[in-house]
Design a protein around this ligand. Structure first.
Ligand SMILES: O=P(O)(O)OC[C@@H](O)[C@@H](O)c1c[nH]c2ccccc12
Length: 257
């Protein structure tokens, strides 16, 4: 059993307990789209990540609303919120608190296996969901992708190797994330982005997002230089004294050229 198998097994147990979501009662601020932003200019998808199975506690007692506002003020392309409780110490309430205060897109970062999670994400104010190719059967991936798109959500499809990239392309995914971290072994290498970018079809408005393991603005520069339009950054922003500066530096002229 890998950690990913463990997480997915836990998810199937969790979703059995979810009740269907009720009518929308919260008036969320209107959101921009991630695809629109990244088609125009490079950007940082900035993550709220209290803890993770690979790093343990990162910043469990963080003021997530203040953190989200810093991200938005610095020009983040979107905010990703880890909503998994067991392994990442997040919650759907975390996402909702963030979605109430920002006008940039909000990504529900979780391990989706069922439509009901997508409903919950949207109900809590998410405008993007993540689907991880390594965690889903092909049919299930397609079904969840169609479902989310039919609900007006954006979908980020996450891959880690050539074969998974082909599956994402078969779905005609526009937002494709290359996870530099192997979710089965936790090994991280940003070279992964450069490798997979070589055969990446940058056509029809498709964008590549480099995910995980970015520590410095040089890492950001490396990802952009290899074809990424976006980077997804969690730990470095959570540990930073000044996450706004981190984001500004990673989006400056110098970093993106
Ligand atoms: O904290 P990092 O190394 O900057 O990584 C952020 C993000 O890419 C990572 O949290 C992530 C990428 N894909 C995931 C899937 C599930 C949970 C978490 C993730």
């Amino acid at each position: 059993m890998t950690i990913l198998d463990d997480i997915i097994a836990t998810k199937y147990e969790e979703v059995k307990m979810y009740k269907p979501v009720g009518p929308n009662t919260i008036d969320f601020p209107e959101k921009t789209t991630l695809l629109g932003h990244l088609q125009e200019r490079n950007g940082v998808i900035s993550e709220i990540k209290r803890a993770s199975p690979s790093k343990g506690d990162i910043k469990v007692e963080v003021d997530i609303v203040a953190q989200a506002k810093k991200y938005e003020e610095a020009g983040a392309a979107a905010i990703s919120v880890l909503t998994d409780e067991v392994y990442f110490k997040g919650s759907i309430d975390d996402l909702c608190e963030v979605a109430k205060v920002v006008s940039i897109p909000v990504l529900c970062k979780d391990f989706m296996v069922s439509e009901i999670q997508i409903d919950r994400a949207q109900h809590a104010g998410a405008t993007i969901i993540l689907l991880i190719v390594a965690a889903l059967e092909k049919q299930q991936l397609k079904r969840l992708n169609d479902y989310a798109l039919s609900k007006g959500l954006e979908v980020l499809i996450e891959v880690h190797d050539e074969q998974e990239l082909q599956i994402a392309l078969e779905l005609d995914a526009k937002l494709i994330g290359i996870n530099n971290r192997n979710l089965k072994t936790f090994e991280v290498s940003i070279e992964r982005t450069a490798q997979l970018a070589k055969n990446f079809p940058f056509d029809e408005g498709r964008v590549l997002i480099s995910e995980s393991g970015m520590q410095t603005k040089e890492d950001a520069q490396f990802a952009y230089a290899n074809g990424a339009s976006g980077i997804l950054v969690g730990e470095a922003l959570m540990r930073s004294e000044n996450p706004g500066n981190w984001i500004r530096q990673a989006t400056s002229e110098e970093a993106v050229k």
